[in-house]
Ligand binder design. Structure first.
Ligand code: FAD
Ligand code: DHB
Length: 390
């Protein structure tokens, strides 16, 4: 098999890239280790930046998003028992975010790729990369018990944090930047109408809590927990009890309901520099991880592949490899700004194991500042709705 670009991974990065390349008339093959069913039902993120939404419409995959997505013009920061709204539309010249589950995005992208009769292979195993520094790198893999080789011009490593692409780069060629957080998030989906029209990010002495949603019938809620928390220790009553305490505000009620999905997510900040080696380009979680507090993981993956698609289109159009050479440098400017924002939101809202009364007062002062200074609120808002693409 031969193609122009081999894409490893059918997550947001790989699938968006495949549609962007398809639009530019560039051939690609997507190789995914899991089944279609698995990738389309994995519960993950839910907040789409303004630019991600626009891109879905441009790519002709925005029909369900338009119908089912929930546009949010602000969020609430809740602390010391009171809520304070950050008005995105007013602070960013009319921009907003859209609540639409990541697995719904995946369904839309997979459907578009398959409807166009373009190669997207599921259940591919033993993916190995070879000849990355040559003009014709190769991807070896196994599918339906048979070995195959995909010869290509470029490889896009869109296989997430635990994938095989980043480890295929000699470690001497990479610099890694890492920060682990001493907590995780316990997330649930509940059959309960959301108790607020907009997301609530709550600072509480018992730890952070977040109220989000998926539809007018389904709430998505998160609680700060131990990093390796055993979900068995969290029966439904304990989850609701803790959410009630951390989200409490006078005159406001949290509606409970049956819990239909639950899981624990670790938190880390991680960046690989550079994000390329020879003809391999890393994008999305394969190159970087952000803690989820700023709702940026998926959106950052999309920003990377926009840069990559543009650089590949330039290469095939004019023969210039200049934008490809600058891929990493271009992406990293945004990556580090988003890292900073995600770290800042995380530090602002969580309890840290070693924090003391001073740290807690400082956090409350910062929350007071962010919700009372237009300049500070505007900084949060412009980052949350998504920094402009370069
Ligand atoms: P992924 O979505 O990880 O996609 C990578 C794909 O590559 C997967 O389909 C995988 O099966 C495939 N793959 C891996 N290895 C191979 C291989 N060897 N061969 C072939 N295919 C391979 N972000 C938020 O903002 N808010 C959240 O609440 C949130 N929750 C999350 C919960 C979990 C459990 C996880 C893991 C992530 C969460 N994120 C969240 C982050 C967000 O979902 C990611 O940033 C986003 O999915 C990144 O997209 P990606 O395409 O780069 O990687
Ligand atoms: C959701 C996830 C996030 O990480 C976040 O910051 C806000 C909302 C969500 O899953 O809805």
């Amino acid at each position: 098999m031969r193609t122009q670009v081999a894409i490893i991974g059918a997550g947001p990065a790989g699938l968006f890239l495949s549609l962007l390349l398809q639009r530019a008339g560039i051939e690609c093959v997507v190789l995914e280790m899991h089944t279609r069913e698995h990738v389309q039902t994995r519960v993950r993120a839910g907040v789409l930046e303004h630019g991600t939404v626009q891109l879905m419409h441009e790519l002709g995959v925005g029909e369900r998003l338009k119908r089912l997505g929930l546009e949010h013009g602000g969020i609430e920061l809740r602390f010391a028992g009171h809520g304070h709204r950050i008005d995105f539309r007013e602070l960013t010249g009319g921009k907003c975010v859209t609540i639409y589950a990541q697995h719904e995005v995946i369904k839309d992208l997979v459907a578009a790729r398959l409807a166009a009769n373009q190669p997207l292979l599921f259940e591919v195993s033993d993916v190995r990369l070879a000849d990355l520094e040559s003009k014709s790198p190769r991807v070896h893999f196994v599918r339906e018990g048979k070995s195959g080789t995909l010869q290509c011009d470029f490889i896009a490593g869109c296989d997430g944090f635990h994938g095989v692409c980043r480890p295929a780069i000699p470690s001497s060629a990479l610099q890694l930047f890492d920060r682990a957080y001493p907590f995780g998030w316990l997330g649930i989906l509940a059959q309960a109408p959301p108790s607020s029209q907009e997301l609530i990010y709550a600072h509480h002495e018992r730890g952070f809590a977040l109220l989000s949603m998926r539809s007018p019938e389904i709430s998505r809620l998160y609680l700060q927990c131990q990093p390796e928390e055993n979900i068995e220790n969290w029966p439904d009553e304990r989850i609701w009890d803790e959410l009630q305490k951390r989200l409490a505000a006078s005159g406001w009620n949290l509606t409970e309901g049956p819990i239909i999905q639950r899981g624990v997510t670790g938190m880390r900040s991680f960046v690989t520099e550079p994000m390329q080696f020879g003809r391999l380009f890393l994008a999305g979680d394969a190159a970087h991880i952000v803690p989820p507090t700023g709702a940026k993981g998926l959106n950052l993956a999309v920003a990377d592949v926009r840069v990559l698609a543009h650089a590949l289109a330039e290469f095939y159009r004019s023969g210039s490899a200049e934008p490809l050479h600058r891929y990493s440098e271009t992406c990293l400017r945004r990556v580090w700004k988003v890292q900073r924002f995600s770290w800042w939101m995380t530090s602002l809202l969580h309890r840290f194991a070693d924090d003391n009364a001073f740290d807690q007062r400082r956090q409350l002062a910062e929350l007071d500042y962010v919700t009372s200074s237009r300049a500070a609120a505007q900084s949060l808002a412009e980052n949350y709705v998504g920094l402009p693409m370069e």
